[in-house]
Design a protein around this ligand. Structure first.
Ligand code: NAG
Ligand code: NAG
Ligand code: NAG
Ligand code: NAG
Length: 477
């Protein structure tokens, strides 16, 4: 994604601003909470071995031979949306970054600072239902004001790590509803080559379960890197495949290959509007974004295997059960040649070959909704890229005119080429069996409550016993 570095900066101030209100929410809502019973435990995330709450999401894994099988998975919100605090509930972040007194180095920071356990997904604009994930750009507060939420989420596997999608020689299909996204919004579904564990280590013992380890092709400089204090202000680059970055007016899909410390930041993407197909995608277009539609992306190798060299990314759309003709006569394709010719510098990073290797190793499925106060997302939907004016993507206007803008991703499937969609079958679903061996990472409240979890209070019916080492302390009624 072109301007995701900006998102990072947008996220941080928000997290810092959220900290005090999270704190008061916790003080009010956690009517009584599990606190240390004994001397201070200095390990980071003392409760991180417990399962955390993660919204459940059904996804489907498909094979040509066996059809599609439902798998119960879950999503986790990015690490930076969690509150970092001391054992005394003081914020470890400041308006400009991390509190240097509490975090002079990685080890001291890990001793002093805890990552907040459960996030309130509703307050971050996120909800799930079955195989559908809904993400809002804004939440509306009690005074009716739009509050920026702009969540970013990752798909968790069934083992407390990220689900690693290995898509080389395979395809990924999902249905998306972008009807409420105006100019300037970006609903993104993409793949990043993050560490499977979220960089879990002695200083970040929670890892993926807390959404750590974000990296992308903009090489973002973050407060934390792999969930550990980023003490030297370095960026974190990794291969990124943008499957869809879109609103109701324009869209693109973009490979961003990298080497260890640099990336093709612009990417060798495809946007049909920029190619001159101005009525193909949009409200009332051939792909009509006023209604849900299905996005199919195939990663085709030179020899048709899942170990070959990636030579083509093939994009198709389905709507109302019909496969839509591509905008281009030969297909909506990103090829080795078109990628190298894109002028983005992709060739220097190995172009589709590099992208294909990352897809073969496995990448993390990421969902985001964001807007862009610095460039109004013009690179996506204005000028040569789409029908939007270069000022209507101003987030202040969006908050005013479209405060309920949101995206719904559903019916996410991946597997063998041709196995994830079937024209004529409603919205693109193939018949689906449920998995004989599904597991879920979503935890019901445990019989014992974890550190800082609620353990009492008026109307509270959850677990009242604290995990070993903690005791229930009343904060208020
Ligand atoms: C940093 O943390 C220390 C110790 O809790 C605190 O005294 C100080 O006010 C904090 N600084 C900022 C800028 O928040
Ligand atoms: C999230 O916060 C909202 C409002 O503060 C509250 O109504 C809701 O119950 C919370 N949800 C959870 C799961 O704690
Ligand atoms: C993140 O953590 C993983 C697993 O420990 C490691 O392989 C990778 O090099 C780390 N990346 C950075 C930039 O620290
Ligand atoms: C198919 O899409 C329509 C809207 O176009 C929606 O009302 C319907 O519920 C969808 N059906 C399935 C099975 O997803």
């Amino acid at each position: 994604m072109l301007v995701s570095l900006f998102v990072i900066w947008q996220v941080y101030p928000r997290v810092q601003k959220m900290a005090p209100s999270f704190r008061s929410v916790l003080t009010i809502a956690a009517l009584a909470s599990c606190r240390f019973a004994t001397a201070q435990n200095k390990r980071q995330n003392p409760d991180d071995t417990a399962d955390r709450y993660h919204p459940a999401l059904t996804v489907y894994k498909c094979t040509t031979a066996g059809g599609c099988v439902a798998n119960e998975r879950a999503v986790v919100i990015d690490w930076n949306y969690h509150w970092f605090h001391t054992a005394d509930w003081l914020s470890c972040t400041t308006a400009t970054g991390v509190n240097a007194t509490l975090c002079p180095d990685q080890a001291t920071c890990a001793e002093n600072c805890f990552v907040q356990g459960d996030s309130n997904y509703t307050n971050n604009g996120v909800s799930t239902s079955g195989d559908a994930l809904t993400m809002y750009q804004y939440t509306i507060n009690e005074d009716g004001e739009a509050q920026n939420a702009s969540p970013r989420l990752y798909l968790l596997g069934d083992d407390g790590n990220y689900e690693m999608l290995q898509l080389l020689g395979k395809e990924l299909t999902f249905t998306v509803d972008l009807s409420t996204l105006p100019c300037g919004e970006n609903a993104a579904l993409y793949l990043g080559e993050m560490d499977k564990t979220g960089g879990r280590n002695d200083y970040n013992t929670g890892g993926a379960k807390f959404g750590s380890g974000y990296c992308d092709a903009q090489c973002p400089v973050q407060n934390w890197k792999n969930g550990t204090l980023n003490f030297d202000g370095s960026g974190y680059c990794c291969n990124e495949m943008d499957i869809l970055e879109a609103n109701s007016r324009a869209h693109s899909f973009t490979p961003h290959p990298c080497n260890d410390n640099d990336c093709d930041k612009g990417g060798c993407g495809l946007n049909p509007y920029a190619q001159g197909h101005t009525n193909y995608y949009g409200l009332g277009g051939t792909v009509d974004t006023s209604k849900p539609f299905t996005v199919i992306t195939q990663f085709i190798t030179d020899d048709g295997t899942t170990t070959g060299t990636l030579t083509t990314v093939n994009r198709r759309y389905m709507q109302n059960g019909k496969l839509i003709d591509p905008a281009n006569p030969k297909g909506d394709l990103i090829t080795t040649e078109s990628c190298n010719a894109a002028g983005s510098g992709a060739e220097k990073f190995g172009g589709l070959t590099t992208m294909g290797k990352a897809l073969g190793r496995g990448m993390v499925l990421t969902f985001a909704i964001w807007n862009d106060a610095s460039g109004y997302m013009n690179w996506l939907d204005a000028g040569a890229n789409g029908p939007c004016s270069d000022t209507e993507g101003n987030p202040a206007l969006i908050a005013q005119k479209n405060p309920r803008t949101h995206v719904i991703f559903s019916n996410i499937r991946w597997g063998d080429i041709g196995s994830t969609f079937k024209p004529g079958a409603g919205n693109g679903s193939t018949t689906t069996k449920s998995a004989p061996t599904t597991t879920t990472t979503t935890s019901a409240p445990a019989a014992t409550q974890t550190h800082y979890g609620q353990c009492g209070g008026i109307g509270y019916s959850g677990p009242k016993a604290c995990a070993s080492g903690f005791k229930c302390t009343k904060l208020n009624d």
